[in-house]
Design a protein around this ligand. Structure first.
Ligand code: Z5A
Length: 215
């Protein structure tokens, strides 16, 4: 049985990490074999590339350099972690994946959409998420949650306009792929967000059980 590939997306500070752990616990408590990971990162090489990407630097990082670093990390992540886990039948919960590249690099930085499509084909072949949860909140809400933590990384230093474009791109992607996306209102209390997540969690559990019983 092939596992399920679930991704969590959204702008900065919307609660992805907090809620990924919540979903992981829910699935594990219900007997699902689940592993969590993140992008950029998820492998030793990927985590080193993550540091490079987030570090504030004197020189301007070109959009193409940023894009290729993200896909270099992803290539390692797919081959070393994601594909083997799916082949073993595990549920992979991933904090951001390629939809983030469309949102940040295309929406935010203005990279051409088909450039990312080409890299996606090259690096992932047929691998796409089965379900994507988009945590959505007004940009100012996420920014103030994230900024409560202190020092800002290279992405967090971008201005409000950049994050508005990122949010707009995510919402557009969700609209254009409504079969895969589950839109979560992340601007409300954590309890309320997690109630919404339980509905999606229930759906994932059913899909998982269906697959298990077929195999
Ligand atoms: N990036 C990219 O450009 N292209 C790509 O392809 C990929 C990534 C994959 C790092 O990602 C950067 O990489 C990212 C885009 C770029 N930069 N940005 N911005 P990241 O996922 O590590 O970075 P992040 O989005 O900044 O994650 P984050 O700041 O850790 O946010 P989060 O995981 O969404 O939120 P959280 O840590 O779970 O919650 C933030 C705080 O809010 C925390 O104190 C919570 O307790 C609180 N919180 C959460 N939910 C609530 C609710 N509902 N109410 C009140 N308080 C809440």
């Amino acid at each position: 049985m092939r596992g399920l590939f679930i991704t969590m997306e959204g702008g900065e500070g919307v609660g992805k990490s907090t809620n990924l752990t919540f979903l992981e616990n829910f699935l594990r408590d219900n007997g699902v074999d689940v592993v969590c990971t993140r992008e950029p990162g998820g492998t030793r090489i990927g985590e080193e590339i993550r540091k490079l990407l987030l570090q504030i630097r004197q020189e301007k990082v070109s959009a193409m350099t940023e894009l290729l670093l993200i896909f270099a990390a992803r290539a390692q992540h797919v081959s070393e972690f994601i594909e083997p886990a799916l082949a073993m039948g595990q549920v992979v919960l991933c904090d951001r994946f390629t939809d983030a590249t469309y949102a940040y690099q295309c929406g935010g930085r203005g990279v051409a959409w088909d450039t990312v499509e080409q890299l996606e084909e090259l690096v992932q072949d047929k691998l796409r998420p089965d379900v994507t949860l988009l945590l959505d909140a007004p940009t100012s809400v996420g920014m103030s949650r994230a900024r409560g933590r202190g020092e800002l990384d290279r992405f967090e230093q971008e201005d409000l306009d950049f994050f508005e474009r990122v949010r707009g791109s995510y919402l557009e992607q969700a609209k254009n792929d409504s079969g895969r996306y589950r839109l979560i209102n992340a601007s409300v209390s954590l309890d309320n967000v997690q109630q919404q997540l339980l509905e999606v969690g229930g759906e994932l559990l059913s899909r998982w059980r269906e697959r298990s019983s077929e195999s």
